[in-house]
Write a protein that binds this ligand. Structure first.
Ligand code: SF4
Length: 206
């Protein structure tokens, strides 16, 4: 997709915020450019920063294993991050980083046009709420809810790194992806309005 290659090239060369100083490589989103499901993480980790590929460390392996148990694979989904450059070690992205990188996320959403978006963790949820213009709480309050926004279903989820730190949340993490897999099939078979009606999904559209 020509527009996607241009977008990645802009991301690779971007110096729009100070994460430019801490990164080795910017990390563009990857996966199926016609995916129904888009997953958004927080930021590249150490391995991603070196190799320039999203979700290839421990969190990525755990994510892949969870997804595959519901018949979801990397080649079927699109995966990206709220910010495309690694923050300094031990730091999370600040609101100014999320704002600076927001136009890239906006363009990814418009290009891929996913029916379902799964923001994993607070940074991803915050980035998505800013990008799509809806109000949200923290991921601990929103986790597993199905939200309708501008023709898409949003299913906030814990970040895999949080599950690795606190395995007690693994069950709910898995249940959320089971819901994602089921709604993806329903969406393809019956369409957005039908899914909203049948599952009584609440909309955040004005
Ligand atoms: Fe640019 Fe985003 Fe990287 Fe900041 S985090 S330098 S806005 S690509």
């Amino acid at each position: 997709m020509a527009g996607f290659e241009d977008l990645c090239s802009e991301i690779i060369n971007c110096k729009a915020c100070d994460l430019f100083y801490s990164r080795n490589r910017s990390v563009c989103g990857r996966g199926n450019l016609h995916a129904t499901i888009m997953i958004i993480g927080e930021a590249p980790g150490a391995k991603e920063d070196i190799e320039g590929v999203p979700f290839i460390g421990r969190s990525g392996k755990m994510l892949d294993k969870t997804l595959s148990s519901y018949g979801l694979y990397r080649e079927d989904i699109y995966i990206t991050n709220s910010v495309k450059c690694r923050p300094p070690i031990g730091k999370t992205p600040k609101s100014e980083h999320i704002s600076a990188c927001g136009p890239f996320l906006y363009r990814e959403i418009n290009m891929i046009n996913p029916g379902i978006i799964v923001p994993m963790g607070n940074s991803a949820l915050s980035a998505l709420s800013v990008t799509l213009g809806f109000k949200t709480g923290k991921v601990t309050e929103m986790n597993g809810r199905v939200i309708a926004c501008k023709g898409r279903l949003i299913i906030p989820q814990f970040h895999p790194a949080a599950i690795l730190r606190n395995p007690k949340r693994m069950e709910v993490f898995r249940e959320n992806f089971q819901t994602v897999a089921r709604l993806s099939i329903e969406l393809t078979a019956h369409g957005y309005e039908d899914v909203l009606a049948r599952y009584r999904v609440s909309s955040v559209d004005a």
